[in-house]
Design a protein around this ligand. Structure first.
Ligand code: F0G
Length: 424
């Protein structure tokens, strides 16, 4: 019998798997799921993973639940899944060249059921809520968590409550959240204010919280890395680059790599994690620059609303992930984000602005010679191109923007039209 626990990373206090808490009751530290890695050594192997990969059906057809021994050992009856994960890893020579690299892969998490990586964590969070008999589930969100929560809660028949920063959520995400039927509350202020409010609702009213403070969410998000490494035939890349806001992914990726090394799935040298923030929402970057001595929350602002976060809750875990992997943190401007996004979109792959931030970060780290030309780089595209259609139309309507593709009016002859096509 596997012994899986929930443990506080700060004071070590242990909790049962069935506990519905999102912070340590002794010291308010972050909680994490601790797997019995000793017992799993020799069981979870590359061969084991290859066998699981070809399984279909419920629940191992899911790119999350096929790793369930390393995620959460819930009974099948509790699992709420839409076969999330199983996303493509694209190798793209043009994008590699644009970023100054020879080897670039893009792991497209926008290909998940509700269009972002959040589904990988949400299937685990909602399954936990379902397992322990929660009635209400809630989150604060810059948009994708709420869309994912609303969708999974609808599948599970749970009532969902979401808090979003007023006027700062991209329409694709907002419309999903409304359509899936979550009660959506607009909060004056930023994501950080919305999160503070939902934490109170959770604490005082016992509503089940599924923000990334919830340790089960991050267990699901680890599978982005398990899956990418498997797609690379276990040849670990030199870098894993991801945009960071609340820093759940950064934290989850560090834990995934650590566990994979413990289990012998990859070698001793871990890929380095590079977290990319937007300039106007870069508290983790500033903290990193101070060699993790001074943290200051920010009033966030960026065109990439997904990562418009000034006080990331997973700070301690993310710092650990950067330290474990000899990682780096950098930031990119809104202009760099939108230009990289235009290039990403034009490649035919596409992604929301936060995915553009990842790609812009790859190029920036290459320009700074932090990433070497021959390094093997996996860039995580965190959300789908349709999530934020407004930002696309705005960008392409301004002919001064690099690669802009403004709408044209039909006028003149068909020959005029053909001339226009040639110019394009
Ligand atoms: N990319 C996208 C598309 C996101 O939606 C988010 C976070 C991030 C990157 C940052 O990930 O928080 O793990 O560092 N979105 C959250 C939300 C906050 O509410 O949807 P992180």
């Amino acid at each position: 019998m596997l012994e899986t626990k929930v443990v506080c990373i700060q004071c070590g206090r242990e909790y049962a798997l069935s506990a519905a808490i999102s912070g340590c009751e002794t010291c308010d530290g972050l909680l994490e799921v601790k797997h019995d890695l000793e017992a799993l050594k020799g069981v979870i192997t590359r061969e084991w993973a290859e066998k699981r990969r070809v399984e279909r059906g419920f629940p191992n057809g899911s790119g999350v639940w096929r790793w369930r021994e390393l995620v959460a050992p819930f009974p099948n009856e509790a699992i709420v899944s839409r076969n999330e994960g199983n996303t493509n890893l694209y190798e793209d020579a043009r994008l590699a060249k644009w970023a100054g690299l020879e080897n670039l892969w893009l792991k497209h998490e926008g290909e998940n059921p509700t269009g972002s990586f959040k589904d990988r964590g949400m299937t685990v969070g909602i399954s936990h809520a379902n397992w322990i008999g929660a009635k209400y589930v809630a989150c604060a969100s810059s948009g994708n968590t709420s869309a994912s929560l609303a969708g999974y809660a609808a599948r599970a028949g749970l009532k969902a409550l979401t808090f979003i920063p007023s006027g700062k959520v991209a329409l694709g995400k907002l419309s999903q959240t409304m359509a899936y039927g979550a009660k959506t509350v607009q909060v004056e202020g930023s994501f950080d204010d919305a999160l503070e409010l939902v934490r109170r609702v959770s604490k005082e009213k016992g509503v089940y919280l599924v923000n990334s403070l919830n340790p089960f969410r991050l267990e699901g998000q680890k599978t982005i890395i398990f899956e990418a490494l498997q797609q690379l035939d276990w040849q670990a890349p030199d870098w894993i680059v991801v945009s960071g806001g609340n820093l759940g992914n950064t934290s989850a990726f560090g834990k995934a790599l650590w566990e994979m090394r413990e289990l012998g799935l990859i070698g001793e040298k871990l890929p380095r994690i590079a977290t990319i923030q937007a300039e106007g929402a870069s508290p983790f970057y500033q903290y990193y620059r101070s060699e993790f001595t001074r943290f200051k929350a920010q009033k966030p602002e960026t065109v990439a609303t997904a990562i418009r976060i000034g006080n990331p809750v997973n700070l301690a875990k993310a710092r650990r992930a950067i330290e474990w992997t000899d990682g780096v943190v950098d930031m990119v401007t809104d202009t760099e984000i939108m230009e990289a996004k235009a290039v990403l979109d034009r490649s035919g792959i596409g992604g929301e602005p936060a995915a553009g931030a990842t790609l812009a970060g790859v190029r920036k780290l290459r320009e700074k010679e932090i990433i070497g030309k021959g390094d093997r780089v996996v860039a995580i595209m965190t959300g789908h191109i349709l999530k934020d259609a407004d930002s696309i139309v705005n960008y392409h309507s301004n002919p001064a923007n690099p690669g802009a593709n403004p709408l044209v009016q039909m006028a003149g002859t068909l020959d005029d039209l053909m001339k226009l096509l040639e110019e394009n």
